[in-house]
Design a protein around this ligand. Sequence first.
Ligand code: AMP
Ligand code: GLY
Length: 423
Amino acid sequence: MDIMVIGGGGREHAIIKKLKENSNVGRIYALPGNGGIARDAECYPIKAMDFDGIVQFTETHKVDYCVVAPDDPLAGGLVDILQDKGIPCFGPVKDAAIIEGSKAFSKDLMKKYGIPTAEYEVFTDLGEAINYLDTASMPIVVKADGLALGKGVIICKDKHEAKEAVISMMQDKKFGDSGSKVVIEEFLEGPEVSVLAFTDGETVKPMVSSMDHKRAGDYDTGLNTGGMGTIAPNPFYTKKIADECMEKIFLPTIKAMKNEGRTFKGCLYFGLMITANGPKVIEYNCRFGDPETQVVLPLLESDLFEIMQAVTEGRLSDTDVKFSRGSACCVIMASKGYPEKYGKGFEITVDDESVYDNMYVAGAVKAGSKLLTNGGRVLGMTAVAPTLKSAVEEAYKLVDKVHFENEYYRHDIGRRALDCSVL
Ligand code: AMP
Ligand code: GLY
């Protein structure tokens, strides 16, 4: 079976490494992939949104199965197009991907089906949004409705900040059309947990929980980023909370989507806040998280390709989804200046070749035999160990074996989890 994976980040690299463990998997094509992924897959420079190019590629290369990993092609309907061409896919169709593509849709879905989430209002009129803020209690959260590369969320401590946020989205179009509609919602407090779950639309099988570290600086300071590191499992996600999530959030969400005629098949990402009043949904993503995937999949003991096929074919209930009892930690190595301005083209070197086994490359290009940085988030180093403490230590030892000019990483990935009283 020859598989095509759409996307080109650390998440896609983690998916590809895991798919390679299945002996029925033949060639793996990554579109576009990147210079680091090229060690594990055949990369072709076709962009994830070049649907015509992708379709043509499947015809010339006789692709047997396709994994669509990023949000944009999912929201744009790539799975629908490929399925129409007879290619089985992992990933939701366009009608289901809307669960991430529109925050207003997902909030309304949760309200309709009683799924716990922050209280909210949706606005398409700037004046009405401003009037609402005059009576709302602070802090408050302002979100652009559509996809905004994870940056369309502004947490506002007072009315002045909130009004500025609304104006920047609705009037100044800071996030383009994504901000024509805004969601204004209650500020929730508590530890955050990411839960990725396989679902075929009927059955839902959650993966091991994880914790992202979104801010650029140590001790959660600085700007929000795509994620500077992850650990799994997340100690705040106890068995009791997991049971509550299954009953009140995971199963109701799958049923709600089916009931709406939007059956979701693929990986559904639940971004949760464990509040004093129980777990609540902060966001849904219609895909694997990045860099959550880089800690979750290394802990997966079952076969990823078998699970993916079971999801596509609607037989997840008969398929094992087992995780090891160990822990994993991924530290992202970025280029100094990320998420704002940063340089590119620095050579990446390693102390010994074996570190490539634990490396998930996000932003790098090949130049002859060299690997050069080509993005803000350059790569992630993941360690798996029997305990979280040792996974964190091992991940930092791996980081020490990788070098490039202007490298930057957080030094406290896993600290909050290690301090968690539940441990
Ligand atoms: P999102 O893109 O919706 O995941 O939001 C990005 C980040 O903003 C989340 O990971 C949270 O840390 C934070 N956030 C989003 N919504 C809320 C909320 N209602 N209350 C507090 N923090 C939030
Ligand atoms: N790590 C957050 C995301 O993938 O959206």
